[in-house]
Write a protein that binds this ligand. Sequence first.
Ligand SMILES: Cc1cc2nc3c(=O)[nH]c(=O)nc-3n(C[C@H](O)[C@H](O)[C@H](O)COP(=O)(O)OP(=O)(O)OC[C@H]3O[C@@H](n4cnc5c(N)ncnc54)[C@H](O)[C@@H]3O)c2cc1C
Length: 459
Amino acid sequence: MSERAIRAARALPGPLSRRRFLAGASAALLAGPALAQSGATDVDVAIVGGGAAGIAAARRIAGSGHSYVLLEAGPRLGGRARTVEALGMEVDLGCGLLPRDFHPLLAAADAAGVAVTDLSNGPRLYVEGREAKESDYDHFLAALGQARRDIRAAADAGKDVAVATVMPKPEPGSRSGPWEATAADMLGPLGCGRGLNTLSTLDLALRTPPAGNATSPVGVGAMLQTLGAWLNLQTDAPVTQITHGGRVHALRVEGQRGLIRARAIILAVPAPVIAAGAIKFNPALPRRLAQAFDDCPAGALEQVAFLLPGNPLRLEADERILPRAGKVPALLRGRVNGTDLHILTFGDGPAREIAAKGKEAGLRLARAFLGEAFALAPETVTEVACSAWTADPLIRGAMAAARPGKGAQRRLFEDPVQTRIFLAGEYTSTDSWGSLAGAWESGEVAAAKALALLGDGPS
Ligand SMILES: Cc1cc2nc3c(=O)[nH]c(=O)nc-3n(C[C@H](O)[C@H](O)[C@H](O)COP(=O)(O)OP(=O)(O)OC[C@H]3O[C@@H](n4cnc5c(N)ncnc54)[C@H](O)[C@@H]3O)c2cc1C
C-alpha cells in the first residue's frame, strides 16, 4: 500500500483495524469527487447499485485489498430494503424479513453489532377475525404442498407453462377450496407480485422458500446501511453509460465530468432498470441477454404501514397473519417489534394501484382488508405510509420472475457480459430469486468471479 493510503486509513477515527486500513486505502485511490471531476479515475472493480447484492460484493472486494468504488444512484444504501421514518417510528417499507439460517448475512450483522431477532415459524391463518382451526391449517398446508409438488412435477417433465394451468382445481363447495385459493395467493401475488397465469412453472419450481424468518429490530434497511457504512461509496451517483474499452471498461456517472475506469464491473442494479435501458451499453448488450431481461419482468409488491394503538386485533409481537382468501388478499405483519406498528403487504393488482395512486389507495385497501378479515371499523385507521417500488425509476418493481415458457432464461444471468461485467442481484439467483439472501449471495458470487478475473493480488 502507498504511504498515501496508510495516511488516509490513519485519518479515520478509531483503531487501525485491517478493515479500516482497506477502507482508507480505497478512499485514497479514489480520492473523492474532486478527482472524479477532473479526469478519469481508475479502480480495479466498480460496483454499480448499493442494494444487498452491491453491498455484499463491495465488502468482498474490499476484503481482497483491490481498489473499488460502490456507485449508488440514490441517496442511501439498501435498495429494496429501506427503513424510513414514518408514523413517528422507523418503518421497513421494503424487505422486512431475512431467512433465519442465512449464515453470511447473520455473521455480518453479528460482527457489526446489529441485533437480529428470530421470528416464530410461518404466518398464522385467520378466518373471520379469529385464528383458524387445526383442520383449516391442515387444508392450507395440504393445498400449498400439493401446489408445490404439481409445479415441480410439471417442471421435471419439461413442461414450462403457466403455473395457473397446473394448480389443483378446487372442487365446488369443498372446505379446502378457499385454502387452495389462499395457497395460490401466497405463491403468486403475495409471494412474488404476479398472478399465477403469468409465472413459469420451471422458474417457480426452482425457488426455495426459507425454512424460517428473522428480522432486525433496527430495520432491515438500516441493518444493510450499517453493513455498508465503511465502504468506499458514492451516493447520488447514477451510472448512465458503460463502454467496453478492451482491458478496462469506462463508466459515466450522471453529474460527473470524469469517467471511472474499471478492470471489472459488478452490475447490481434491478433487472427492470437494465431492461428499461436506464444504462446505455457500448457496444449494446448481447441480444440473447436483452431478451432474457424482457422475459423476466418484475412483479409488484407494496407495503402499507399504519398504527393500531391498544392492540385491537389482540396480536402477539411480530405476529404474521394470513387470512383465508377473500376479496382483498394481503399479508399482515402485526405489532412490529412489539409496537403499535402494523404493515400490510399487497401484491400484483392492488400493489400496482398503491404505487400509482399512493396513500389514498393504500388507506382504502388497508381499511378494506381490515374490515373483511377482522370486521374492524374503517375509521380505526386514519393515516398510512406506503411504498411505491413499482413507480421508483431506480427499482421499477418488486422482483423479477420468468414468464411461462421462459424459465430457463434466468440461467443466462450467470454468464459474464463482455468478459468483465458480472451481473448480481436477486434476479440472478436461480433458487433464491426475489429474496434478500439470494441478492446477498449473488453479490458474493459476482465478487468471486471478478477477483478470479483480476488475479490474486491488488493491482
Ligand atoms: C415490498 C417488498 C417486500 C420484500 N420483502 C422481502 C422479505 O421479507 N424477505 C426477503 O428476503 N426479500 C424481500 N423482498 C425482496 C428483497 O427486498 C430483494 O430481493 C432484495 O432487496 C434485492 O436486492 P438487490 O441488491 O438485488 O437490488 P436492490 O435492493 O433493488 O438494489 C439495487 C440498487 O441499484 C440502484 N440503482 C439503480 N439504478 C442505478 C444506476 N443506474 N446506477 C447506480 N445505482 C443504481 C438502486 O437505487 C438500488 O439501490 C421484498 C421486496 C419488496 C419490494
